[in-house]
Design a protein around this ligand. Structure first.
Ligand SMILES: Nc1ncnc2c1ncn2[C@@H]1O[C@H](COP(=O)(O)OP(=O)(O)OP(=O)(O)O)[C@@H](O)[C@H]1O
Ligand SMILES: [Mg+2]
Length: 399
């Protein structure tokens, strides 16, 4: 069963909802409806299912209804019609007591502007959510401290928000949302106010968090690159209407309509493709166990001018060129003495970033994991090919 089910969910703002709905049915646009009725279509007839443990991204331009949708999930906004079902609880039909329970145990919200209170310390801010839920002082302090410890913020607990950078403040916002250990995190443009580097760090942290604690995350952004990076699945909205739901790959390769197509056309593929997608298996030599003759033999067999050197435990060491191997044979040196530098990247390094590295490099680039194990290599041609495919793709569309 899906974790969250959204069924025919609609929100009309304003007094003349019936008239507005009638105009929606007649296919009238949002602006016309507002002019005639003074009511605004926030979200119209949304149907979605979010699975347990996935990061589900909601995208769309400003005013498309993303915040309205996410706020109906915990009934910060009361839906006009439709249902939100979380596990087996129909949130839209829940009484006060049930709703409180859902907000306490099931869902937490992380806001864009961090939502921190300026005159409260980091610790006081972190326990704020528990405080309004009526959790006793000693318990909420303990839980807040634990959450801060987990996110390595505990040493800042007595500081005030203004003393922290934007990234740190958002970490506090995230910690606060995690104090009640919710199943579901609702994140509304949580990283949008951060500068690009910090933003990327926060995205990494979110992916780590997701991998370790398996929350279900509903994440709003209007940045397509962020959506592609984080989302297991993505939904695209326009003027309150759902346009398409799918994986990033599905949406890029198979946009449901012209709107989605033009929406995703702007993506720079060099910012989407990463090392993992363009690497090839690398030929290696065990520099600790093998000698120069083995290396030279392999190079001539495989018709390559160099090999990636690893140690006996298959950890990455560097590169051995044929010249270096010849020198080792002549001077009776072990291969470990003739290993040269080779640039490395991580599997998720974007092609855009690899481009700069590979232009200066005299060797291929090695892709290594966090334990320094060799996963593959990237040759210059592959990078150029990956980028060229974009242009080719676009060219074909124009024909
Ligand atoms: N409280 C409200 N009262 C009246 N209209 C509202 C209210 N909240 C949102 N709206 C309207 O509903 C529509 C959807 O707004 P919403 O805030 O959900 O968009 P959004 O996709 O989150 O945009 P943004 O990217 O700017 O945050 C907009 O036309 C907005 O003006
Ligand atoms: Mg919004």
């Amino acid at each position: 069963m899906p974790k969250v089910q959204i069924k025919h969910l609609t929100k009309i703002f304003g007094k003349r909802q019936k008239a507005a709905l009638k105009m929606v049915h007649e296919g009238k646009g949002k602006n016309e409806i507002f002019e005639k009725t003074g009511s605004t279509v926030g979200v119209y007839d949304m149907n979605l299912e979010v699975n347990e443990g996935e990061i589900f991204v909601i995208m769309g331009l400003s005013g498309s209804g993303k915040s309205t949708l996410i706020r109906m999930l915990n009934r910060l906004y009361e839906p006009t019609s439709g249902d939100v079902i979380v596990d087996d609880i129909n949130v839209t039909k829940a009484d006060k007591k049930q709703l409180l329970e859902v907000r306490r145990k099931k869902m937490s919200m992380v806001f864009q502007n961090f939502g921190l209170l300026p005159n409260r310390t980091i610790l006081e801010n972190t326990e704020f959510g528990l405080e309004i839920q009526g959790v006793p002082a000693a318990e909420r302090r303990e839980r807040a401290e634990k959450a801060l410890k987990n996110s390595k913020l505990i040493s800042f607990k007595d500081q005030y928000p203004s003393q922290l950078s934007g990234g740190m403040q958002q970490r506090v916002g995230l910690s606060r949302a995690l104090t009640n250990n919710p199943d579901i995190l609702l994140m509304d443009e949580a990283f949008s106010a951060l500068d690009p580097l910090v933003r990327r760090e926060m995205q990494d942290e979110l992916l780590d968090l997701q991998a370790s604690v398996k929350k279900t995350i509903i994440f709003i952004t209007h940045d397509l690159n962020e959506a592609l990076r984080l989302g297991d699945r993505i939904a695209i909205m326009k003027d309150g209407f759902l346009q398409q739901t799918g994986t990033g790959e599905e949406i890029l390769t198979n946009p449901a309509n012209d709107y989605v197509k033009s929406f995703v056309e702007d993506v720079d593929r060099s910012k989407v493709l990463n090392a993992e997608t363009i690497m090839v298996p690398g030929l290696t030599v065990n520099a600790e166990a093998d000698g120069p003759n083995v290396a030279l033999h392999r190079m001539s067999e495989e018709e390559v001018s160099g090999l990636v050197a690893t140690d006996a435990s298959r950890k990455f060491m560097g590169y051995i060129t044929s010249d270096a191997a010849v020198k080792a044979r002549r001077d009776k040196l072990p291969l470990t003495d003739v290993v040269s530098d080779m640039p490395t990247v991580k599997p998720d390094t974007l092609v855009a970033d690899i481009l700069n590295i590979i232009y200066d490099a005299h060797t291929p680039v090695a892709v290594v994991d966090d334990d320094n194990r060799m996963l593959g290599i990237i040759i210059r041609g592959a990078v150029i090919e990956a980028l060229a495919q974009t242009d080719e793709g676009e060219g074909q569309e124009n024909e």
